[in-house]
Design a protein. Structure first.
Length: 339
């Protein structure tokens, strides 16, 4: 993992197979045994966000921030926030963040970190939803869009509060022997950013940079995730210090991403194509994976693989194609690529 991120010639492309959303079948169990994760998250092991994980429960529940979740999924997927504690800006003056000493839950954290390293895993720590998503959860999507366009003073106040809170959380996580810190916000739709790139640069680029700088000062990696078409802000993310980018490569074009960013940042394709992985034939899936290996992994590193299939029907086809992805990564993802 470290050599892949730093372009220092790993033996193979690392794999993070994340089957948690899939039904627990015997075939999935066998896949997890054949293709164990190269990454370990002690936060997940501790159930680090006690109430925030309520988003996965059926029905209605409330997290540490006062956000009300509704979940109707039959699979292990997070629901939607339907109650926003700061929907009215008048509530900002009396609003309280979660206790920074209890959020996230770090019980047995050191032991979990040691256990991850003991298994030869790269250990990453995460803050949960602490950026754009958290603002959406607190304000509501439509309200936040208006706040950005109208440049509401209250939004700047809230973002400063959130940034200070995040920095304290990062400092707590950096006290442990973790290899990297994960950040994530889904910034894209299927066709473009949710906001104007200039607004992103004005509000969110400095927001992320402060956090990324703190991580780099401690000598750790910054791992950034975003779903959607985010081509416009990838150069900014690289410039402010993202070491890895977990993105939906098929939306932006594998060739385009490889030409512009191959060898400049470690790319983590999601292998969750909205068409190929779910509905494609096995040979097409294998060709799709090989293309990405050559596009992103041919730089003495520069590629990791996140295999995180989201359930859709037919499940049987999805599981078969997931196996094809993992098999191809193991067979074709060894260095030197193409040997």
């Amino acid at each position: 993992m470290i050599r892949a991120i730093d372009f220092e010639g790993p033996d193979r492309i690392p794999i993070n197979f994340y089957p948690d959303h899939l039904p627990r079948t015997e075939k999935i169990r066998k896949l997890t045994e054949l293709y164990p994760k190269d990454i370990f998250s002690p936060t997940a092991e501790t159930g680090g966000y006690r109430k925030e994980n309520c988003g996965y429960r059926k029905g209605y529940s409330t997290d540490e921030w006062g956000c009300v979740w509704r979940n109707i999924s039959k699979y292990n997927l997070r629901g939607q926030v339907v109650g926003h504690p700061l929907e009215d800006w008048a509530k900002l003056e009396t609003y309280s963040f979660p206790d920074p000493q209890e959020y996230p839950n770090l019980d047995n954290y050191e032991e979990n970190v040691k256990a991850g390293h003991g298994r030869g895993r790269y250990v990453s720590a995460g803050l949960g939803y602490r950026g754009f998503h958290r603002l959406v959860f607190l304000r509501g999507f439509a309200n936040l869009m208006k706040d950005l366009v109208l440049k509401r003073r209250e939004l700047k106040v809230l973002m400063d509060m959130l940034l200070d809170f995040n920095l304290e959380g990062i400092k707590r996580l950096l006290e442990f022997d973790v290899d990297g810190i994960e950040f994530g916000d889904d910034w894209g739709t299927n066709t473009g950013l949710m906001i104007n790139p200039n607004l992103w640069q004005e509000y969110f680029e400095p927001f992320y940079k402060r956090m990324f700088d703190l991580v780099h000062k401690a000598g750790r990696h910054v791992l950034f995730h975003s779903d959607g078409y985010i081509l416009d802000i990838i150069p900014d993310l690289i410039e402010i210090g993202a070491n890895t980018l977990n993105i939906q490569e098929d939306l932006m074009g594998i060739d385009t991403l490889a030409e512009r960013f191959g060898g400049k940042v470690c790319i983590i394709p999601s292998f969750e194509s909205q068409h190929i992985l779910y509905f494609g034939e096995v040979n097409a899936v294998k060709h799709y994976v090989v293309k990405q290996i050559y596009a992103f992994g041919s730089f003495d590193g520069g590629m990791m693989a996140l295999v995180c299939p989201i359930p859709t029907e037919p499940i049987k086809n999805l599981i078969t194609n997931t196996g094809a992805v993992l098999q191809t990564l193991k067979k074709k993802g060894r260095y030197p690529i193409g040997r």
